[in-house]
Write a protein that binds this ligand. Structure first.
Ligand code: DGJ
Length: 763
C-alpha cells in the first residue's frame, strides 16, 4: 500500500521505493506538509514533525479561538508559520503562493481547508496536457485531496500519483469553481513544497541560443531564487527544471530534490528561504501575463510537475528522471527501437539545394552508416531565404521537381529513408497562407506585430488555424514514406492576443496557445503513430518534458561544436536522458566557433545523444569518411547500453581543475544488467603534464570481471602533419571492484580535445 491515510492521525503518507512524502490535516482542517525525504517504514507516525517555529507574527485563521491560541501557541494557527501543502494568497502566508485568484466581488483572499480525499488505482490523464502515463502492466496509485474555500464554493483537487518501481511523484491540481459566479485565476502554480531546512544549493539552468542549459549552482539565501520564462516557450535562457540539494551533495552523496515541469509554455520556479530558515519550492505556469476566467461549474487543470527525491546524490536523481521520462513520458515505437542514424542537410546547404544535391549527400553518407536523410528548411513554397513561405507546406518544384515522392523514391532506392522539416507554428507575411488568411497570425488590432526572423506566429488557440496546418502537414507526410519530421519553432511569442477571445479572456492566450500546439502535435502523433518526431526551437529553446510526450528527441542546440556540447549535454543530462538529446557530427572547423576537432571527438560527443550527421560529405576526405563509418558502427553497436542503460557523469566539464593539470570531462553508460559499459572522455585542454590519470568508474558489478577495449586517437610528434587517427587496442581485464575503487589508468593524450572511448564487457 504505497499511499495510505491514517484516519486516527489524519495523515497521508506516500511511499516510493526510496522516498516518503507525508502530509497532515491539523485542527481547523488545515492541510500541512510533514516530510519529504528518505523512505520511512510503513505505518510510522510522522505527525510529531508538525511542529512549526513561531514567525514573530500572530496572524491566525479566522475561527481560531482565544483558548486554542493561548494554550497551543500561535505557530499552529498562523498561515505564515505553517508548512503549507498548497499555498494561497490573501490570508497571511507571505511566501510565494500557488493560487492567486479573484472572486466575482473583486476580493482576493482564498482560505482553503481540507474537504475530503480518495485514493484511486492508476493515474488519471490530464485532458489536453502532456503527462506521465502508464505502460501495460504498470501499477500506480493516485491520492486526490480536495480542499475547499472557507467562504465560497471554490475547490482545489490536489493530485499525487506514483508508479510502482519509480521514485517520482507526479503532481497537478484541478481548480473548480462552483461559486455561482465567475472566478479569475491569476496564478496557478502546480508545485508547493515547504521543507524544514535551508542549507540547500539550488541548481538551475541558464543559457542563450547556441549555449542552452548551462548549469548554475548557488547556495540558497533568505529571499528567493527564481527562474522563469515569459517567451511563450520554455526558452533558451532558462529551463523549467530545478534541483535543490545539500551544500555538499555531489554525484554520489547528499540529499537532492528535483522538479521538472511537463509543460512547454511560460513557467516560473522559485526556491525561497523564509526568515526562520525554511525552504519553499514552487513551480508552475508563470503568472506574468496570465489570467484565466473560470465560469461557474468550470475547472482548470494545472500542468504536471514531476518531483523526485534522492539521498544518494545527483546521479541517482538523474537516472530516476531518465527512466521515467524515456519509458513513461516518451511514447510510440521509437522509445524502444533503435532510431535511424540520420544526416541533416542544414549545415551542408542551408537553403541552397535541389533533388540531385540531396540524393548526392544521402548516397555519400550511406557509405558512413547513414540510414536517413532529413531535408531541413527550404523545401516548400519559394523559400530561398528565411523571410518567406512559412505556412505554405507544399513542395517547391524548382528545388524538388518530382515532389517529395520523387525524392523519396530515389532515396529509398538507395536504401535511405526520408525525413522532413516543418515549422508549423509560424507564418511568413510573404506566403499564400498569409494572403488568404491575414487574420490567422497573432496580432493586436491597431498595433504592428513584432517580427522575429521575419516570422509571425499563427494563432493556434483557434481550431480552424490548427485544422489548416494539420491538413497541409498530413498531405505532405502521407504523400510518400516519410519516417521522421523535425518540428522547428524559430521565434518567441509576443503581442499575445487572439481575435477569437473576448477582452476578459486575453490573459488565457499563452496557455491556450500551448494547448493548441499540443493539440496539433497530438493529431500528428495519432495520425502517424510510427513517425519519429524531433522537436526543435531555434536550437534547444524548447527542451522540456512537455515536448517529450510528443517527440522522443529534441535538438539540443544549434551549437554543434563538441567543445561546447560537453557542457550543454552535461547540463541537459541532469534531468533528461541522452536518448532525448539531438546531437550530430558536424563540420570541422565548426561553423559557429571555428574550433577544429577530430571526427572521433565529435563522434564520441554525438554518441552521448541521438547521433547523426550535419555536413556535406563532399568536403570530407577518405580518412574522415572512414572515421565517420567507424563512429556510426560504434554507435549502433552500443545503442542499447547508451539509450537504455544508466548514465554516469564522472568528471564535469564545469569542474574547476588545477591549471597545471590537463582538464578532462568523462562520462559512462552501464547496461541495466551491468554486463556492458561504455566509458567516454575528452581531454579539454592539454598542458602536457604527462601525468597519470585515474578515473573511477561507477555502476559496475564489483564481483564481475570485465574485458576492456579502447578506441583512441594517436598522434606522434615525429609524423607530419600531426593528423590524428583512430586506433584501438585491448586495454586489460579488471574486476568491477578495481575499476570502481582504483580507477581506469589513462595517460596517453597529447592534444586538446582528444577523446577516448572504452568498451567494457563482462567476461
Ligand atoms: C533552427 C534549427 O535549430 C536549425 O537546425 C535549422 O533547422 C534552422 N532552424 C532552419 O531554419
Amino acid at each position: 500500500m504505497p499511499i495510505f491515510y491514517d484516519a486516527k492521525n489524519k495523515s497521508f503518507t506516500i511511499n516510493t521505493p526510496n522516498s516518503t512524502y507525508a502530509m497532515y490535516v491539523t485542527e481547523y482542517n488545515l492541510l500541512t506538509h510533514l516530510y519529504y525525504g528518505e523512505r520511512i517504514s510503513d505505518g510510522a507516525d510522522l505527525t510529531y514533525l508538525r511542529h512549526n517555529s513561531g514567525v514573530g507574527r500572530s496572524l491566525t485563521y479566522n475561527e481560531i479561538t482565544y483558548e486554542d491560541y493561548e494554550m497551543k501557541g500561535h505557530a499552529k494557527f498562523c498561515p505564515h508559520a505553517l508548512r503549507q501543502e498548497y499555498s494561497v494568497f490573501g490570508i497571511g502566508d507571505f511566501r510565494t503562493p500557488c493560487l492567486v485568484g479573484r472572486f466575482a466581488d473583486g476580493s482576493r483572499a482564498i482560505d482553503l481547508r481540507y474537504h475530503d480525499h480518495k485514493i484511486i488505482d492508476g493515474k488519471p490523464a490530464l485532458e489536453g496536457l502532456p503527462a506521465v502515463y502508464l505502460n501495460e502492466g504498470d501499477k500506480a496509485e493516485t491520492l486526490v485531496i480536495t480542499l475547499k474555500d472557507s467562504a465560497f464554493e471554490l475547490y482545489v483537487e490536489l493530485y499525487y500519483s506514483i508508479i510502482e518501481g519509480h521514485d517520482q511523484i507526479m503532481r497537478s491540481e484541478r481548480i473548480i469553481n462552483k461559486t455561482g459566479k465567475e472566478f479569475f485565476i491569476e496564478s496557478a502554480l502546480t508545485l508547493n513544497l515547504d521543507i524544514h531546512k535551508k542549507d540547500f544549493d539550488a541548481i538551475t539552468f541558464y543559457g542563450k541560443p547556441n549555449n542552452e542549459r548551462y548549469v548554475e549552482r548557488t547556495p540558497l539565501r533568505h529571499g528567493k531564487i527564481s527562474v522563469d520564462s515569459t517567451a511563450g516557450s520554455t526558452g533558451h535562457f532558462t529551463n523549467n527544471s530545478i534541483i535543490i540539494c545539500d551544500n555538499n551533495a555531489d554525484e554520489d552523496k547528499g540529499e537532492c530534490i528535483g522538479a521538472t515541469f511537463v509543460y512547454s509554455g511560460n513557467f516560473v520556479t522559485t526556491a525561497e528561504v523564509d526568515h526562520v530558515g525554511r525552504t519553499r519550492l514552487t513551480m508552475g505556469i508563470n503568472p506574468t501575463g496570465f489570467c484565466w476566467k473560470l465560469e461557474d461549474g468550470e475547472g482548470f487543470t494545472t500542468p504536471e510537475v514531476i518531483l523526485a527525491y534522492s539521498n544518494k546524490g545527483l546521479g541517482t536523481l538523474s537516472n530516476g528522471f531518465h527512466d521515467l521520462i524515456r519509458y513513461n513520458l516518451c511514447r510510440g515505437k521509437w522509445k524502444d527501437s533503435r532510431r535511424p542514424v540520420l544526416i541533416n542537410n542544414w549545415e551542408a546547404t542551408v537553403f541552397d539545394f535541389d533533388e540531385d544535391k540531396l540524393v548526392e549527400i544521402a548516397t555519400d553518407a550511406k557509405e558512413f552508416g547513414v540510414e536517413m536523410l532529413v531535408v531541413d528548411d527550404g523545401w516548400f513554397g519559394h523559400r530561398d531565404w528565411d523571410n518567406t513561405s512559412l505556412g505554405d507546406w507544399y513542395v517547391d518544384k524548382k528545388k524538388l521537381p518530382n515532389g517529395m515522392e520523387g525524392l523519396c523514391k530515389r532515396l529509398n532506392d538507395e536504401g535511405v529513408e526520408l525525413g522532413v522539416w516543418f515549422e508549423p507554428e509560424n507564418i511568413s507575411e510573404e506566403s499564400d497562407l498569409y494572403k488568404a488568411h491575414p487574420d490567422y497570425c497573432i496580432q493586436i488590432p491597431g498595433r504592428g506585430p513584432m517580427r522575429n526572423r521575419w516570422e509571425l506566429t499563427l494563432d493556434l488557440t483557434r481550431k480552424e488555424v490548427r485544422d489548416n496546418i494539420f491538413e497541409q502537414m498530413k498531405k505532405v507526410i502521407s504523400s510518400c514514406p516519410i519516417r521522421y519530421i523535425k518540428w522547428d519553432m524559430n521565434r518567441n511569442i509576443t503581442d499575445a492576443y487572439s481575435l477569437s477571445l473576448p477582452a476578459d479572456r486575453q490573459g488565457e492566450f499563452y496557455h491556450r496557445f500551448i494547448l493548441g500546439v499540443y493539440d496539433l502535435m497530438e493529431r500528428i502523433v495519432q495520425e502517424f503513430p510510427d513517425l519519429l518526431i524531433e522537436n526543435c526551437n531555434g536550437g534547444g529553446g524548447r527542451f522540456d518534458a512537455g515536448m517529450l510526450y510528443y517527440s522522443p528527441q529534441i535538438w539540443c542546440s544549434d551549437n554543434t561544436d563538441p567543445v561546447h556540447r560537453f557542457k550543454i549535454q552535461y547540463g541537459t543530462s541532469l534531468i533528461y536522458p541522452v536518448s532525448t538529446m539531438g546531437a550530430h557530427i558536424a563540420y570541422a572547423p565548426n561553423i559557429n566557433t571555428f574550433h577544429h576537432t577530430s571526427v572521433f571527438t565529435r563522434g564520441v560527443t554525438a554518441m552521448a545523444g541521438t547521433f547523426g550527421f550535419e555536413l556535406d560529405p563532399m568536403h570530407e576526405t577518405e580518412t574522415t569518411k572512414k572515421e565517420m563509418a567507424l563512429m556510426s558502427e560504434l554507435y549502433k553497436k552500443h545503442y542499447f547500453t547508451i539509450n537504455h542503460g544508466d548514465y554516469y557523469r564522472l568528471i564535469s566539464p564545469y569542474e574547476a581543475q588545477p591549471v597545471t593539470v590537463s582538464r578532462i570531462t568523462a562520462w559512462e553508460f552501464v547496461s541495466k544488467d551491468k554486463n556492458k559499459a561504455l566509458f567516454s572522455m575528452v581531454q579539454m585542454d592539454n598542458v602536457n603534464d604527462g601525468g597519470d590519470l585515474y578515473v573511477k568508474l561507477k555502476g559496475l558489478d564489483p564481483d564481475k570481471k570485465y574485458k576492456l577495449h579502447m578506441y583512441y586517437e594517436n598522434r606522434h610528434y615525429k609524423i607530419k602533419p600531426f593528423t590524428p587517427w583512430i586506433e584501438d587496442k585491448d586495454f586489460g581485464e579488471y574486476t568491477g571492484e578495481i575499476l570502481m575503487k582504483c580507477g581506469l589508468h589513462l595517460n596517453i593524450f597529447r592534444g586538446d580535445n582528444m577523446a577516448a572511448l572504452i568498451e567494457i564487457d563482462a567476461i
